[in-house]
Write a protein that binds this ligand. Structure first.
Ligand code: 6PG
Length: 478
């Protein structure tokens, strides 16, 4: 019997994807560097579908129907290159290697180009939803050639999450586009998690609301416009009591947030693209600052900051909810805008409505909101920024007074809200007629003759600062 697809790398994500494929009727050939993992999977879950046990990559490749589909689920970086190197001589023109891990999109672009020269397809696939999603239906963001999607798409669509029967899986664009979109998903994920964290801190440290009570508030919030997986699990975490101490679980967890790197990659790439993902960047930096344990210890001793009592507005909880919603919208707006910049840079035809629709279910940032975002980008007239879509322009205008109150109160209380406040600054930066950049242009021209434009004339100008301060037309040197 020929298998429809092979999976190599059977740690939990690989194993769960393999099981998902088998449960959906595909015959799955299994391979792992140490055969023990393959056997464990077969012992525990062999009854879930048709599996083919293999002990070597050669055996795996030989067990597959053509064009062969081999899905790699190993640690991003060198291990991916190493598996590709071993697979390549075993494959034939038209075969497809699929990397479903969190690889960096530049690696995917490099691998795709190298394998295309050998007539092999290399497909970087973004998969979101954690272990549970991999097993029961993740959100899937495949890149690679359109041609390869014809052979691969039906399998991936079948195992993906569904919204009203529609799969949360679609080809997003060539070469590294799938991994790029997944990376930006993770950037938004970081920002989303941080704004929820800021809301928690404000309600706790500002309004003195205990975690158990907050769990109920979050559960309520989850019924409205904030409805999302991350709000839902936050309610669960906040309601959890530590068995050992009887304290709220969040009080016994060290407040230093880890990161594997995908959020950081988003920001590095955004800096290169010149894309202002300030909220996403702040969320990465907030994790970094939280993890500077030694400096934080010293900071507690050395730095002033306890402020006089601040009156908490009666509307505080609702204000925080609205600020959270507005900041969350900005995170999505920034992430989607970054996709627009990347599409130009990398020549990808990224369809924002389709991408938003892939995120409606299965993935970590799944949210009710994504249904409206999908609609906004499916409209004939695409908004240049998510915040310009009429429904969102209004939603954010409605939330604005509460958002400003929350940020002002947080500042007075000395509670850091980097994503609430930077998102508001982004909003105001987009909205205001004049911003501080005019003075910066003047400074740049004075110390470096970098030139400037005038509001009342075409062209590029320079002031002779060291001479008589007269203005000349200049060649733009940035
Ligand atoms: C997902 C997640 C998943 C993982 C990331 C983030 O979409 O399923 O984003 O990929 O949680 O690796 O992890 P860090 O917070 O450790 O960077």
């Amino acid at each position: 019997m020929s298998a429809h697809i092979g999976v190599t790398g059977l740690a939990v994500m690989g194993a769960n994807l393999a099981r998902n494929l088998a449960r959906n009727g595909f015959t799955v050939a299994l391979h792992n560097r140490s055969v023990g993992k393959t056997d464990t999977l077969l012992e525990k879950h062999g009854h879930e579908g048709d599996f083919v046990r293999t002990e070597s990559l050669e055996e795996l490749v030989n067990s597959l129907e053509k064009p062969r589909r081999v899905l790699i689920m190993v640690k991003a970086g060198k291990p991916v290159d190493s598996v590709i190197e071993q697979l390549e001589p075993l494959l034939e023109a038209g075969d497809i290697i699929i990397d479903a891990g969190n690889s960096h999109y530049e690696d995917t672009r490099r691998r795709e180009a190298a394998l295309a020269k050998k007539d092999l397809h290399f497909v970087g696939v973004g998969v979101s939803g954690g272990e549970e999603g991999a097993l029961n239906g993740p959100s899937i963001m495949p890149g690679g050639s359109k041609e390869s999607y014809e052979a691969l798409g039906p399998l991936l669509e079948k195992i993906s999450a569904k919204v009203d029967g529609e799969p949360c899986c679609a080809w997003v664009g060539t070469d590294g586009a799938g991994h790029f979109v997944k990376m930006v998903h993770n950037g938004i994920e970081y920002a989303d998690m941080q704004v929820i964290g800021e809301a928690f801190d404000l309600l706790r440290s500002g309004a003195g609301i205990e975690p158990a009570e907050q769990s109920k508030i979050f559960t309520e919030w989850n019924k409205g416009e904030l409805s999302s997986f991350l709000i839902e699990i936050s309610a669960e975490v906040l309601g959890h009591v530590d068995a050992k101490t009887g304290k709220p679980f969040v009080d016994v967890v060290v407040d230093a947030a880890g990161q594997k790197g995908t959020g950081r990659w988003t920001v590095i790439s955004a800096l290169e693209l010149g894309s202002p993902v300030s909220g996403i960047a702040e969320s990465v930096f907030a994790r970094a600052l939280s993890s500077q344990a030694d400096q934080r210890k010293l900071g507690q001793e050395l730095l002033a900051g306890e402020e006089a009592a601040v009156e908490i507005p009666e509307t505080f909880v609702e204000d925080v909810r609205q600020a959270l919603y507005a900041s969350k919208l900005v995170s999505y707006a920034q992430g989607l805008d970054m996709l627009t910049s990347a599409a130009k840079e990398y020549n990808w035809d990224l369809k924002l409505d389709e991408i938003a629709s892939l995120w409606r279910a299965g993935c970590i940032i799944r949210a009710e909101l994504l249904k409206d975002i999908t609609k906004a980008y499916a409209a004939d007239e695409k908004p240049a920024n998510l915040l310009f879509a009429p429904a969102f322009t209004k939603a954010i205008a409605d939330a604005l007074p509460a958002w400003r109150r929350v940020v002002a109160t947080a500042v007075q209380l000395g509670i850091p809200v980097p994503v609430f406040s930077s998102s508001l600054a982004y909003y105001d930066g987009l909205r205001r007629k004049r911003v501080a950049a005019a003075l910066i242009q003047g400074q740049r021209d004075l110390f470096g003759a970098h030139t400037y434009g005038r509001v009342d004339a075409e062209g590029t100008f320079h002031t002779l600062w060291g001479e008589d301060k007269s203005e000349i037309e200049a060649v733009d040197t940035h």
